[in-house]
Ligand binder design. Sequence first.
Ligand code: NAD
Ligand code: IPM
Ligand code: MN
Length: 349
Amino acid sequence: SASIDIAVIAGDGIGPEVTAEAVKVLKKVTATEGVDLLLTDYKLGAEHWLATGETLPDSTIEALRGHDAILFGAVGAAPGDTSIPSGLIEREMLLKLRFSLDHYVNLRPSFLYDGVASPLADPGTIDFVVVREGTEGPYVGNGGVLRKGTPQEVATEVSVNTAYGVERVVRDGFRRASERPRKKLTYVHKHNVLVYAGHLWKRTVEAVAAEFPDVSVDYLHVDAAMIFLVTDPARFDVIVTDNLFGDIITDLAAAVTGGIGLAASGNINMDRTAPSMFEPVHGSAPDIAGQQKADPTAAILSAALLLRHLGHAGAAGRIEAAVKADIAGRSAALPRTTGAIGDAIAQAV
Ligand code: NAD
Ligand code: IPM
Ligand code: MN
């Protein structure tokens, strides 16, 4: 029978709470579908760093390569926590994983479910997917500081964009657009100001567009895109964009579709040269950690994306249907704990 071998990195804060529910649902759905599920826990994150001084040893990356996929919770300390350098785990563990495992497609679907209250008065139908570049841009740590701590300090943070890196993610955006009913691609950048990277993106989109004559192409500067995300989110189908713009766009996209607790993502290596990694868009939420207040839906939907990536579309569809049904009943229900939401979705699967 089929089997899947998953590495689990629960991480910090609400990471372990929401990941436990995603694992609960994965166990249920794989048992129902007759798929063997192998789970291996990896202790990584801020707490692990405090205990061991390790962020992400090379040996751990090599071990992770042996799994079919990675299920990731969240990492990061509370803002103001001085026991750990700010952003250390985010950069040296999460980003290092995305870069080492070549997760060039950061896939972030945005969907307004029936029964969810959007903060928008008249949201319309929201069903789009952001294809965020995952391995380049301002995230690569290419910068420096001169005359640090003086009034003459100069700090740079150079965005790196390669023809190879831009082309592969743009092509992925077009491919996804061509497979969706509306076949529309919006690329978002800021090429009125960012003339080097922006123009590489522009030329790349124009060149790849020729391969996809059935896809209609639209361009928005990122600032204007934020207007439309709030005034007319229904206009979007596939958005392709750079790493930092994609980070910002997808938190707003989560907010307009009912909250960060519902937003799932995949860090995908489309060439399958290394395992892909699936995680909620949200962070470790130190403000609610340890209280069973976190919504595990984003983590559960990320597990569905994982199953679909591994070819288990039926199992993924069962999870998505169970989530849809659960969400539809939420407005009438009393607030539930993280565990109770996971139980209900696992039950419905
Ligand atoms: P956050 O996403 O952790 O929290 C933002 C707000 O959303 C908080 O009020 C939080 O309570 C709420 N929230 C988040 N997830 C929720 C859920 N599932 N259910 C209900 N409410 C939820 O962002 P932040 O506060 O900017 O970051 C906290 C820490 O997480 C920082 O250390 C940051 O660097 C890190 N971070 C990690 C990831 C990741 O691991 N992928 C992503 C974002 C932030
Ligand atoms: C996300 C997070 C990360 C990012 C941080 C924690 C490095 O905000 O997954 O959206 O910026 O990509
Ligand atoms: Mn983010």
